[in-house]
Design a protein around this ligand. Structure first.
Ligand code: ZN
Length: 162
């Protein structure tokens, strides 16, 4: 069996940033399962896995564009400092979840703290970054009808309902 559309694929991976630091890894954890061909993972990694078999291992370099996208200059938002709790010491690089009108949690990072306003960066934390994956295919199986209709995987064995 090979990695292709409508297959559920399990991978072990380590994600390296450009500076060589590790951003994420499945080491010591369960493999990541996803429905192939459904944009469940970043496009560059999905492309690189096409046609691989269980046991195949690969080092994949991915441009920012094929990963979490380039930094969107429109995704910086200036907010009044008083919108934040007065006892919160706001510093560049701190991460928050902002909550919008529809109760969605939007991850945001403090980009700049001014005297009266604060600029939040709403880009994905890995936007604008080239990524390197060390990835190994550990499992491939047929997706169930239910998984295909939902467009995502239901756990390693396909029986997780939600
Ligand atoms: Zn589902």
């Amino acid at each position: 069996m090979k990695v292709e559309d409508k297959k559920v694929v399990g991978i072990d991976y380590t994600l390296f940033l450009e500076d060589g630091s590790i951003a994420d890894s499945t080491e010591g954890e369960e493999p990541l399962y996803f429905l192939y061909g459904n944009a469940n993972i970043i496009p560059g990694l999905e492309k690189a896995l096409a046609g691989l078999s269980v046991g195949d291992e690969k080092i994949v370099d991915i441009s920012a564009e094929d990963a979490y996208g380039e930094i969107d200059e429109d995704a910086f938002e200036e907010m009044p400092l008083k919108a934040f709790p007065s006892d919160a010491k706001m510093e560049k690089g701190m991460s928050f979840a902002l909550i919008d009108e529809e109760d969605n949690h939007i991850p945001a990072t403090v980009h700049e703290v001014g005297t009266e306003t604060i600029t939040m960066d709403l880009n994905h934390p890995l936007a604008g970054q080239k990524l390197k994956f060390n990835v190994k295919v550990v499992d491939i199986r047929e997706a169930s009808e239910e998984e295909l209709s939902h467009g995502h995987v239901h756990g390693p064995d396909g029986h997780h309902h939600h």
